[in-house]
Design a protein around this ligand. Structure first.
Ligand code: NAD
Ligand code: UFG
Length: 341
């Protein structure tokens, strides 16, 4: 039997990283997690084991620490890396730009140094639809569109990271795949793994589930005067396990060009108000909410053209937005009952 391939998953105790670790185990890979738990908790490693029945190697440390990062590479022989580790809150990045540029770009630069030194050529990078910029808002976004001007320092870190990887790929054997996520939501269907924000959630669905669970008084819908049918922002919400599976497919995807880009979404936009109404419908729980002012960094509508990922990665979304809401609600209740925080 061939030996299982080791994959470094940076940010692997985070929301999308932890679900990808489960998907990697399911496909016979050996994921190795590295995370500083600045926005997650080590207890997630136990939840992964509960689901997969496998023990996962976990390194607690910061990617900005070069010596630490190198020590991890010295202990393994990685086939590839999936790089999730980053700060991700759009509004926070507007308030603290240096904090975002330092963490997101220094981490990547240190990682690229290790990839070169240890001759690892495969990297799947967590990018974002924010790289398309405000000028492309309101139409389905496809990978042929030029990247635009992101609306926040967070978005610029993704834009700059892509450019850095493209430049390096042009001069070396590095073969990056950029996955531009739209809005991953949901949880593992078991309800034993999900999004675990530290403090008040920035993202909308965890805010909704925490409000329904009584942890928050009410949801504030940021803005009702956007250029959308009901005035609230439109986003393309996609189940996190569908996102996770695309990462596994990207690892074995072979291509002739120096880099590849895929959108990960469903192709369908849903407004914040529609999301709230769907939550009430599928869970039967009424939700306290009010309207508030716009949040800085937000744009009217973002939704994907996903034909490229379907065609080349042979990937399809298998779960609906209703599945994602139900799974997230299941997880919210499970984590409260089991005091996971
Ligand atoms: P997350 O915050 O849950 O996970 C990121 C993980 O990275 C966290 O566990 C955090 O502790 C870790 N981390 C951050 N900086 C680190 C550092 N310097 N060293 C080690 N670990 C560090 O976020 P997520 O939602 O799972 O997002 C994963 C990636 O996907 C991020 O790069 C994010 O920008 C990107 N992304 C997310 C979304 C989304 O809606 N969730 C959308 C587009 C892109
Ligand atoms: N929203 C609210 N109330 C809240 C939280 C969010 O109304 O309490 C609204 C936002 O204003 C926005 C929508 O819900 O209109 C979605 O907001 P999220 O914070 O859940 O998601 P974003 O679209 O702002 O950002 C997410 C990730 C980014 C990523 C981006 C890509 O957090 O990392 O998707 O679109 F880049």
């Amino acid at each position: 039997m061939s030996e299982s391939k080791e994959i470094l998953v940076t940010g692997g105790t985070g929301f999308i990283g932890s679900h990808t670790v489960v998907a990697l185990f399911e496909q016979g890979y050996t994921p190795v997690i590295l995370d500083n738990c600045s926005n997650s908790t080590p207890s997630i490693v136990k939840q992964i084991s509960l689901i997969t029945g496998k023990e996962c190697t976990f390194y607690l440390g910061d990617m900005r620490d070069k010596a630490f990062l190198k020590s991890v590479f010295e202990k393994h022989s990685f086939e590839g890396v999936i790089h999730f580790a980053a700060f991700k809150a759009v509004a926070e990045s507007v308030e603290k730009p240096l904090y975002y540029y330092d963490n997101n770009l220094t981490s990547l630069i240190n990682l690229l140094g290790c990839l070169e030194e240890f001759q690892v050529n495969k990297i799947v990078f967590s990018s974002s639809c924010t790289v398309y910029g405000v000028e492309n808002s309101l139409k389905p976004l496809n990978e042929e569109m030029p990247v635009g001007k992101p609306n926040s320092p967070y978005g610029w870190t993704k834009w700059m990271a892509e450019q850095m990887l493209i430049d390096i790929a042009g001069k070396t054997d590095l073969r990056p795949v950029f996955l531009r996520y739209f809005n991953p939501i949901g949880a593992h269907v078991s309800g034993k793994l999900g999004e675990l924000p530290l403090g008040p959630p920035n993202n909308v669905l965890p805010y909704i589930t925490q409000t329904a669970a009584g942890l928050r008084k009410e949801l504030t819908i940021f803005g009702k005067d956007y250029d959308t049918p009901d005035g609230t922002c439109v986003r393309d919400y996609i189940h996190v396990m569908d996102v996770a599976k695309a990462h596994v497919k990207s690892l074995s995807y072979s291509f002739d060009s120096t880099f590849e880009v895929f959108n990960l979404g469903t192709g369908k936009g849903t407004s914040v108000l529609e999301l709230v109404q769907l939550f009430e419908k599928v869970t039967g729980k009424p939700l306290n909410y009010q309207f508030g002012p716009r949040r800085s960094g937000d744009v009217d509508a973002l939704f994907a053209d996903v034909s490229k990922a379907k065609k080349f990665l042979n990937w399809n979304t298998e779960r609906t937005i209703e599945d994602a809401i139900l799974d997230a609600w299941k997880w919210e209740q499970y984590r409260l009952e089991n005091e996971i925080s």
